[in-house]
Ligand binder design. Structure first.
Ligand SMILES: [Zn+2]
Length: 127
């Protein structure tokens, strides 16, 4: 009897949804700000950048630029994931695995609120 009841719940509990939504929205603002800041810090964009750099300075800039690029890419990916999670909330699909359609463990969502697949499916896609 209890088992049957459990299977009927196919939507993420609403009372848990709003704090996660708030968290995601807040993080999104934070991430966007960070991304903007990083883009500004890109040494390639430095207007005072000397055109007659020493080899060492050039190398520093290259490394700085590359490092910056990796961070911006990482942030962009996170922003996209957070946006997806928020969109899925809007259409009532939050907490449901994209691949198998089953509920994602609440514990998993607490750790990774932007997860769109269950543990099983995410492990399978990693292989
Ligand atoms: Zn799944």
């Amino acid at each position: 009897m209890i088992k049957e009841k459990k299977e009927m719940i196919l939507a993420f509990p609403k009372r848990l949804l709003s704090p996660i939504k708030l968290f995601l929205e807040k993080e999104l603002v934070h991430l966007k700000r960070k991304k903007k800041q990083l883009k500004k810090e890109d040494p390639f964009l430095d207007e005072n950048r000397a055109s007659e750099n020493s080899l060492e300075e050039d190398l520093d800039e290259q490394i700085g630029h590359f490092d910056n690029e990796v961070k911006v890419k990482f942030l962009s990916k996170q922003i996209a994931q957070f946006r997806t999670a928020l969109t899925r909330m809007k259409i009532g699909k939050y907490g449901i695995c994209e691949k198998c359609g089953k509920m994602i463990d609440t514990e998993r969502l607490m750790v990774k609120p932007d997860a769109t697949t269950c543990i099983k499916c995410s492990k399978e896609s990693e292989i």
